[in-house]
Design a protein around this ligand. Sequence first.
Ligand code: KG4
Ligand code: ZN
Length: 361
Amino acid sequence: MLILGIETSCDETAVALVEDGCLLGQKLATQVDTHALFGGVVPEIASREHLRVLPRLYKELLRETGVAAENLDGVAVARGPGLLGSLLVGVSFAKGLSLAFDTNLIGVNHLWAHLLAPGLEGGLRFPALGLLVSGGHTHIYLISSPTEFELLGRTLDDAAGEAFDKTAKMLNFPYPGGRFIDDLAQEAEPDTELFPRPYIDNPTLDFSFSGLKTAVANHVAAHPELVFETMAGSEAVEKLPAERRKALAKVCASFNWSVADTLRIKVERALKRVDHVESLIVAGGVAANTGVRAAMAGVAEANGLRLTLPGLSLCTDNGAMIAYAGWQLAKAGFRHGLDLEAIPRGRIVPLDWERVAPAPR
Ligand code: KG4
Ligand code: ZN
């Protein structure tokens, strides 16, 4: 079964082809440099960029893989959650292809796709506990199968990635700044008293990172020497005097520890609440974070679980994860009609498939 995947939910335009669960090829164009100038994604610009770039990526992908569009068994598209205007570009393109080539249309929940992505690199084991930590979401799911997700906990305000990005912005790193904090955090031991682990003194599996953001803001206000005068990339870090670099690294390591340990606490709590699970799947852009990866490795080991972490290129938004999730859905007999809706951030993605007979095994 040959599935094309299309991703346009935020600031990455991406397409990929998956055949029977294996990646045939993918193309990706990131807008990160464009939005970095504005300190965050500008929705209007993002939509226009998707519109400009998507047809070219699609054509290149088919040419490079030698696949004829007539042979597609389905077109899978990220239908939300995301930026509405951006999603509409991908969804409309997918509908056009589905009509033109009389092939199945499969709307994919972008968040599920992140968590299924490591399936491209090896077998996923279910039931699984899934932690999705991205720029827009911090969700804990019980995943019974590739098409059955139960949301157990979510962030009430900022997502983990947002906390990284806002902290980075306070220090004057470009957007998205998570990786700058991660890199500097490697150079110091965390001060575990410096910042709180937010929203842990309650029985819930939900997150709230806004308190941590405020604590960082207060610390930075009291130590203005930590902030770069102009927007700083890796080169500016290299030029920092040793003492200043050490102090900044300490802040980054301490902040990173607070986030990673908060995630650890809630994931361990979730594991106590669910019946037996086989594996822990961690996905989304923040799953690239060294501290988060280490914390989750510790949880998996302590609980005798297989840890499934996508490789770094599969952590951030990509087309391969959409094609792979679409393949899982198509295989299980799910598809959508041409009335498929794009779902903006903040709205629950509905389970509004049409069922057809599952593909024979
Ligand atoms: O999953 P993703 O590509 O986008 C969404 O769908 O939201 O995740 C992007 C997020 C950004 O907030 C970025 O700063 C963060 O992932 N990120 C990191 C790292 N690499 C990317 N955060 C912390 N440490 C990293 N190494
Ligand atoms: Zn994403």
